[in-house]
Design a protein around this ligand. Structure first.
Ligand code: GLN
Ligand code: ZN
Length: 769
């Protein structure tokens, strides 16, 4: 018996209906009832799509008004006491307070993937290795769990009333605890397991009553390097949960099971879902280990990428399983489809040839349908569909838009020295000092200045065709000139042009490089109401023309001080795009690296002496399993160095990374060999810098001296205090003074004061030196 299902479905809506309804509700323009109506409508539509595609169940429980982890916080009654909710607060109002804080003066810092300071919102962090951010549950000694919300049961009732068979998706208890954070030192969140299992069991009984056929328990942490106690806890937990009155599907994804494989197969549940895209090599062992009576759910269609599936290859893998297994075989996407756009095949912004190669969530469900029929009724029953898919794949493989022999040849010809600067750092540093004569504690910023309403209005008008290209360009040149004047008045040492012309640091480059495409409706939820539209990197990357030189030289022409050119690094461009699956990521990264390298060389030739290659996503690209780290770090750091090494010794190469745990990858950060690295350190009160000090990090560092996510303006004394802490661990001659990150989300008034205080702090440091 072969069935099809999905672990989850996009919730935001093709036109981002949920986003707009949420934002209207937050502005007080629609009430909770109206918002609930939009939510119910989206659920009904998405279930109808699943039913149309012939899925055996619709998935209930994947919908959320902000985040599905936050839903579980309310479901299991563990809203942190620090919010001080009273009886007067409705569940929905409390929910948005958890997500957005009490005085949500400013949004979360999305570029850095971490929560904003100030407001008391729950911290936000990335969901495994995706760009989706979840709200982090908080546990302390007073945490108790109860079944506290009937929202999920209401959604089951809604699906049942629409005539659907229902599979409920929940996060499993161990993953829920793992994803949370201990807020007091005296507890170990694993000790909360027993208490948590009680409401889980109660919920399972109620779901049965409500008419659910199956419950899917997501335990993606089975693909992580887990401590032994957590591995052991699985058996305990599932022995209890396994007594539920309805069948359970244990769902794993994103990463191979490895040492947890046989345990996962033996747990007393009715079925197991595995990610056959990321962990395809384990499929055979799982089929061997999993008792024949259990359901094997094979995540055969890629839930993390947007390419149309190779159905022939999928069938070749599924046929032996279908022939051998006695238990049911289920087909599904590898993981929840939350991470891909809803539809792409008819997207208005992508040309017909290219969009024929793509599959969004809805189209992936159709692929499951074809696979099931081919397995159940023979390939002849779907020969037309198979032929069509094959033709699309062949077209993609042979297209001249994808394969550019000159690009491949250039990557292949890269010698061992291509990722090395001409001379070692001390030699370069001397040449740069002779050229720029920067004072001790040089001051700079990370690149962007406030993206004012005026800038955004001009860009919107330009995109709508209401502002001519020449007028848009003139407006941006005026913005750049204004930013340069501001910086000169402030007395900063190394200036930036301010990035007024950039909508987004990846999109800006993707739009100018060959090999990238942009959809009209390819939205993916990032967090809450925020969505991103990742570029589609479909072909060999080439740079038809310089991308930033005109803006940077314009800026440099307005000042005698050094103007820093601003580029996005290859790993970040890769990480924030949908990337082709027909060649290794490492190869694609090198292609992008060469394009960025050429741009840096052009900037240098045009007189730009300082160039920054941003890599905020380097750390987040780390694989979920530690054993896979070295290989990733090897190619990722090489790609950066290839991008950064084309310039002369006396050109100063900067890089920037946002808040991240750097300590476990310091050797690789040092091996990037950037002349200057700027990092986000203020929220850790410079603690992050200790690791750099202990490692004797050799090159220059600009530790961020104030949090750009907060409207709070730091005083010169605040900044001095942080710089003194920095100088305790890093020799003063290596230190720069700069904010944590770019300033595009801030206003000019606060930025001006903050930077004036920063320059003043640098002056005091120099005076005391
Ligand atoms: N240069 C970029 C900016 O200043 C860097 C942004 C980032 O680190 N995410 O906006
Ligand atoms: Zn940053």
């Amino acid at each position: 018996m072969i069935k099809t299902h999905t672990l989850g479905y996009p919730r935001i809506g093709l036109q981002r209906e949920l986003k707009f309804a949420l934002e209207r509700h937050w502005r007080g323009e629609i009430d909770a009832g109206a918002l609930e109506t939009v939510g119910a409508g989206l659920r009904a539509r998405h279930w109808a799509e699943q039913a149309d595609a012939g899925l055996d169940f619709v998935t209930v429980g994947d919908f959320a008004f902000y985040d599905h982890v936050a839903n579980h916080i309310q479901l299991f009654g563990c809203e942190p006491a620090r919010f001080g909710f009273g009886d007067g607060d409705t569940a929905l109002a409390r929910y948005f307070t958890l997500a957005r804080g009490v005085a949500h003066e400013h949004a979360h810092g999305v570029c850095c993937g971490a929560a904003a300071g100030g407001a008391a919102a729950l911290e936000m962090t990335k969901w495994f290795d995706t760009n989706y951010h979840y709200l982090v549950p908080e546990f302390d000694a007073s945490t108790r769990f109860t079944l506290a919300s009937s929202r999920l049961l209401g959604e089951v009732a809604q699906a049942r009333s629409l005539g659907h068979r229902v599979k409920v998706a929940l996060i499993g208890p161990l993953s829920f605890l793992w994803l949370g954070k201990e807020k007091s030192a005296d507890i170990d969140r694993l000790d909360l397991l027993e208490d948590l299992l009680t409401p889980y069991c109660a919920l399972l009984a109620q779901l049965k009553q409500a008419g659910a056929d199956w419950v899917q328990l997501d335990e993606p942490i089975l693909g992580l390097d887990l401590p032994g106690a957590w591995i052991l806890a699985f058996e305990r937990a599932y022995r209890t949960l396994g007594t539920a009155p309805l069948p359970l599907l244990l769902a794993t994804y994103f990463s191979p099971l490895e040492e947890n494989l046989s345990m996962a197969c033996k747990l007393p549940v009715a079925g197991l879902h595995v990610d056959a895209v990321r962990a395809g090599h384990e499929l055979q062992s799982i089929a061997d280990w999993l008792p024949g009576t259990k359901v094997l759910s094979v995540g055969i269609v890629d839930g993390r990428n947007i390419w149309r599936a190779d159905l022939d290859a999928a069938l070749a893998r599924l046929q032996p399983l279908a022939a051998r297994r006695r238990g049911e075989l289920w087909l599904a996407p590898s993981c929840s489809l939350l991470h891909v756009p809803l539809r792409l095949r008819e997207d208005a912004a992508i040309d017909p040839e290219l969009r024929g190669w793509l599959a969004g969530a809805r189209e992936k469900l159709d692929e499951l349908k074809v696979l099931r029929r081919a397995l159940a009724d023979g390939e002849g029953s779907v020969s037309l569909e198979l032929r069509e898919a094959r033709a699309a794949l062949d077209a993609r493989r042979s297209s001249e838009r994808v394969r550019r022999p000159a690009v491949a040849a250039r990557v292949a010809a890269l010698g061992p020295g291509a990722d090395r600067r001409a001379s070692p750092y001390p030699v370069r540093a001397a040449a740069q000092q002779a050229r720029f004569k920067l004072p001790p504690y040089p001051t700079t910023t990370i690149g962007s200045f406030p993206q004012t309403a005026q800038i955004r209005a001009a860009r919107a008008a330009f995109k709508r065709g209401e502002l001519a290209a020449a007028d848009y360009e003139a407006a941006m040149r005026r913005e750049i000139a204004a930013a340069v004047r501001e910086q000169e008045a402030l007395g900063l040492d190394v200036l930036v042009h301010g990035e007024a012309e950039r909508n987004d640091m990846v999109e800006y480059f993707g739009e100018q490089l060959d090999g990238f495409a942009f959809s009209a409706d390819g939205w993916v939820q990032s967090y809450g109401s925020r969505c991103v539209k990742p570029p589609v990197l479909f072909g060999d990357v080439a740079r038809p023309a310089a991308m930033t030189v005109a803006w940077s030289t314009h800026a440099q022409s307005l000042t005698a001080r050094p103007m820093k050119g601003m580029l996005t690094g290859p790993v970040t461009i890769l990480q924030w795009s949908f990337v082709r699956d027909d060649q290794p990521r490492s190869t694609t990264a090198l292609q992008i690296a060469l394009a960025i390298r050429d741009e840096a060389v052009d900037l240098e030739a045009a007189g730009i002496g300082i160039i920054q290659v941003d890599e905020p996503a380097l750390r987040e690209g780390l694989p979920l399993r530690r054993a896979a780290w070295p290989a990733y770090l090897d190619w990722a750091t090489r790609a950066f160095r290839v991008a950064a090494s084309g310039v002369r010794d006396d050109t100063q190469l900067h890089t920037h990374m946002c808040y991240a745990e750097f300590n476990d990858i310091l050797p690789q950060i040092a091996a990037l060999d950037a002349d200057v690295i700027t990092i986000e350190t203020s929220r850790s009160d410079m603690e992050l810098l200790r690791g750099f000090g202990a490692y004797a990090y050799p090159n220059a560092i600009g530790p961020g001296v104030y949090d750009i996510h907060s409207p709070r303006v730091p005083s010169a004394r605040d900044i001095l205090r942080l710089m003194h802490k920095a100088a305790d661990v890093i020799p003063a001659r290596q230190l720069w003074v700069n904010p944590d990150c770019g300033l595009k989300t801030r206003g000019w008034a606060e930025t001006r004061v903050a930077l004036a205080n920063m320059v003043e702090a640098a002056r005091l440091l120099r005076a005391a030196a």
